[in-house]
Design a protein around this ligand. Structure first.
Ligand code: CTP
Length: 415
């Protein structure tokens, strides 16, 4: 049962047709015990009645920064009071214009000013809703990425019938779905990794041949990013060490961009002493060219031999130094003798969990949004997960990590 008792939600509403769904959303928030302060733009009032939202929320709806009368000396400081007051901020619908304003620090109405005064680390959920072409426009995507980098959770609009009569991407999710996502973000019950440090490696490394060429692989980094997102959602201090990728940084995650396996190893070792969970989701190149040529290697002889030398195995090195209160999760990409090889990896690298990925399975693989994994545990047991999105799988793996801490907190004298 979702419960928002006592939670204080600052609900921003901007001027899109989907604002008609807002009275229902306010009712869901209120029924689950939340206090709701609606802050809307002037154009939002053309799509949904401020009186309806004020009646349902039990609070006057705010829109202007400055009061109408000189006798009202306090209301213009509402933005500061509300920034401190709110446990979370929800912007639904988020129009392209308001997204641009928030991404660039504009402060010309109550909504944009309140956004600037929100306390850090409070969840901020942005629900863009607009025509699909507009949503995909480079400027809108750039602004959404800026908001993501600032720690906002941007929820992609849904595909369906749009107000324009077209069918496509752009719909605001139904109020029930928005409500569930807000509960997830605000509910302290879910923070099972609070106080823990989780380090995730992700993506492919690049091993330089010369100034313009490198050896790499097809890893997209999606699984690692989903794991970092899930760890942060569960309240962990999350560090994501990633090879080159254009994926946006998940909210509340510290991202460290690296290029080579050696660099990834160097960054990861800085956390070996302090981390609680190490998740090695990166596709690290096992070998690198013995030497990197300066500038560009010119074509001359008919054949070119590259001598490769072994890279550090990050997961293996962590396995050697791991203390009993620390947990390590590895991935194994296998084709033949999958279970046997994954078991051997679990033992060799001293892992607690290995997620086995069978290459060339339908719906799985580097670029895919979904995956089908088998989890192998240290005690010899294993669990087959159904075909799920990488986000769902990430949640499942991190949940297992939480169980580990619940168990060891009863038995381990070290913590
Ligand atoms: N790994 C790592 N550092 C490396 C190589 C691998 O941290 N230099 C980690 C990966 O992130 C993954 C696990 O080890 O969690 C297994 O990676 P995989 O490539 O499947 O196995 P390898 O040990 O490289 O063995 P092989 O390629 O021979 O299957």
């Amino acid at each position: 049962m979702n419960d928002l008792s006592g939670k204080r939600i600052l609900l921003g509403v901007s001027g899109g047709i989907a604002a008609y769904k807002l009275p229902h959303l306010v009712r869901l928030f209120k029924k689950s015990g939340a206090e709701v302060q609606v802050v809307m733009t002037k154009s939002a009032a053309m799509f949904v009645s401020p009186l309806a939202l004020a009646t349902l929320s039990g609070r006057a709806v705010l829109s202007e920064i400055f009061p109408n009368s000189a006798s009202d000396q306090e209301s213009w400081t509402n933005h500061i009071r509300l920034g401190e007051w709110a446990d979370g901020f929800v912007l639904a619908p988020a129009t392209a214009n308001v997204v641009a304003k928030l991404a660039n620090g504009f402060a010309d109405d109550m909504l944009s000013v309140c956004f600037l005064t929100l306390r850090p680390n409070k969840p901020k959920l942005i629900f863009p809703s607009m025509d699909g072409e507009m949503f995909d426009a480079p400027a809108v995507q750039r602004n959404l990425n800026v908001l993501r980098e600032q720690g906002c959770l941007v929820i992609e609009p849904e595909v369906g019938e749009l107000a324009s009569g077209l069918v496509g991407k752009g719909r605001l999710p139904e109020p029930e779905k928005i409500f569930a996502l807000v509960c997830d973000a605000l509910s302290p019950k879910e923070k099972t990794l609070a106080g823990k440090q989780v380090v995730v490696t992700a993506g492919a490394t690049r091993e330089k041949i010369d100034g313009v060429r490198f050896i790499s692989n097809y890893s997209s980094g999606k699984m690692g990013f989903a794991l970092a997102e899930a760890a942060a959602e569960l309240g962990a201090e999350t560090i994501l060490i990633t090879g080159k990728t254009s994926l946006p940084t998940p909210p509340n995650v510290k991202r460290i961009d690296v290029e080579s396996a050696e660099e990834m190893f160097r960054e990861a070792t800085r956390y070996f002493e302090t981390l609680d969970v190490f998740v090695a989701a990166a596709a690290v190149a096992d070998y690198r060219p013995a030497e990197t040529h300066q500038g560009k290697l010119k074509k001359s002889a008919d054949a070119l031999e590259l001598r490769l030398v072994k890279n550090p195995d990050i997961l293996l090195e962590f396995g050697k130094r791991k203390k009993s209160h620390q947990l390590s999760v590895g991935f194994a990409l296998e084709i033949e003798n999958a279970l046997e090889n994954a078991r051997a990896k679990l033992a060799a690298k001293n892992c607690d969990i290995v997620a086995l990925n069978r290459a060339n399975e339908e719906g799985a693989g580097f670029e895919s949004e979904t995956n089908r994994l088998t989890l192998l545990f240290k005690d010899g047991s294993c669990e087959q997960l159904p075909l799920q999105t990488k986000r769902e799988i990430a949640k499942e793996i991190l949940k297992k990590a939480s169980f580990f801490f619940r168990k060891t907190s009863l038995t381990s004298p070290e913590r």
